[in-house]
Design a protein around this ligand. Sequence first.
Ligand SMILES: O=C(O)CCC(=O)C(=O)O
Ligand SMILES: [Fe+2]
Length: 335
Amino acid sequence: MTAVGPEGRIPVLDIGPYLAGAPGALEQLARHVARSCEDTGFLVLANHGIEPRLIEECFAAARRFFDLPAERKLPLKVGELNIGYLPPGTQTIRTSRIHDNRKPNLNESFYIVRDRAPDDPDILAGKPFVGLNKWPDGMPEFRAATTAYFGAMQTLAHRMLAVFSAALGMPPDYLYRDFRDPTCTLRLIRYQPQPRDAEDQFGFAPHIDTNLTTYLAQSEVPGLEVRTKEGTWIRPPAIPGTFVVNSGEMLGRYSNDRFAPTPHRVINHSGRLRHAIPFFYGPDNDAVIEVVPSCIGPGNPPRYGPLLYADHRRRLNVTNFAHRQAAAGAPQAST
Ligand SMILES: O=C(O)CCC(=O)C(=O)O
Ligand SMILES: [Fe+2]
């Protein structure tokens, strides 16, 4: 059986049989995924095959990094490409249609993209959106742990594409055409504990993710909340070792809004620091995202035209980040 664990609104899905190639497992999993993507847009994956050590070491790396003094973190500050360190108080989510966010998020972040060598052909060619990671000096284990985790997550997200294709009602290989060189980001986040009486203050203000799917290793400290269609906020099942997965804007687009991305937020009332290590998975920069044929029909025309993913990213680039607004003079995405 695919569903395991406490039967809540957000299902816990055992993907072991699918990964092992058990007959019928893909179809069964896809049905569960479709159902929850139509509902909360969140699911929890168990038996995903990622070694616990990789997850633990990535969390440990995040803790060590954020514990560094500011003068060691600030030289790694993000630039145009959003790679590196985003200090506290520098991201205000302004795109949200759910919430008029005014205060910056109470978190600091560190963004890691696919690790490349300085002589990588795409770096040398100056390909748009391609850049080098910024690594802290003297911490080789930080780079080793985060890139190992990144690689494992990219493989898992890639294998799950077949399930999302089937959930969309398409052949399992359908989405792969747009994910030959996927846009992946690992974001390490540290949330400060926040006072209970601070109004309109969030660790991460209500937002939707702008990519295809996001994979969140379960944080030790709770705080992530998901907005249901009825407008209530619920927490995903906190089962250690599992992944919380949520759909983003691109799944919404492929599916003609059948799988709409779900607003979520983080409020850290634990009194402790909270760490998170979301892995964002998105299409190729040169992919043209189009509503899939199975989600169009008589009386259900495509709500979206073709979208070049690079254009989507360009548009988001001048939005939620103080450093980019200053450069672009425009307000407004989550990652
Ligand atoms: O910290 C979390 O649990 C969620 C973070 C998140 O939603 C994001 O980075 O987009
Ligand atoms: Fe998010």
